[in-house]
Design a protein around this ligand. Structure first.
Ligand SMILES: [Zn+2]
Length: 173
């Protein structure tokens, strides 16, 4: 035995009730403040970015170097073992030529974005970033690249402390 509710009890509010003062209205602007912890591994990762360095976690179980660092190895089901610094060079794993900016507005000159695999990290540990000092016709999957760091005073402990990745040149470390 079912019965449909045809009308809810009480008084249904219309927008005009609020605007015309038919009901009591209170307005307030909440002064909400949020703090959020990035966690042990990500906090250290971000601190090291501010110093212009990449850091990862090594797992003795599987021998992998986890980047970005994680305190727990999802393959071995055990805590990871040690911090390791990585060189800031790698290869382009995949990329996109985007004629939309980050606010989805059309732009005449495309931005190049994609995934970099760092030389010292294990496979399938990519970092998403921008590419620069190359054109859309020059960029290639497998291209060797190096991070271009922002000046120390501009770094904020963010992935954007790297301006972009540029092609590796002779003489790069
Ligand atoms: Zn492992």
């Amino acid at each position: 035995m079912t019965s449909r509710v045809k009308e809810w009890p009480g008084h249904e509010l219309r927008a005009s009730d609020l605007l015309e003062g038919e009901v009591t209205v209170a307005r307030f602007r909440p002064d909400a403040k949020y703090a959020w912890s990035a966690g042990e591994a990500m906090s250290r990762f971000l601190e090291e970015l501010q110093r212009g360095r990449f850091i990862a976690r090594a797992c003795k179980g599987c021998g992998r170097v986890l980047f970005p660092p994680r305190m727990f190895c999802e393959q071995c089901f055990r805590p990871t073992d040690a911090w390791v610094h990585l060189r800031d060079t790698g290869i382009i794993e995949t990329f996109s030529i985007s004629y939309l900016d980050k606010d989805a507005r059309r732009i005449p000159d495309p931005i190049l974005v994609g995934v970099v695999s760092l030389d010292d990290a294990s496979p399938n540990m990519g970092l998403m970033h921008y590419f620069g000092e190359m054109t859309k016709d020059e960029i290639r999957i497998g291209m060797r690249v190096k991070a271009v760091w922002r000046p120390p005073e501009e770094r904020r402990g963010s992935v954007l402390d790297i301006a972009y990745f540029r092609p590796l040149r002779e003489g790069d470390g």
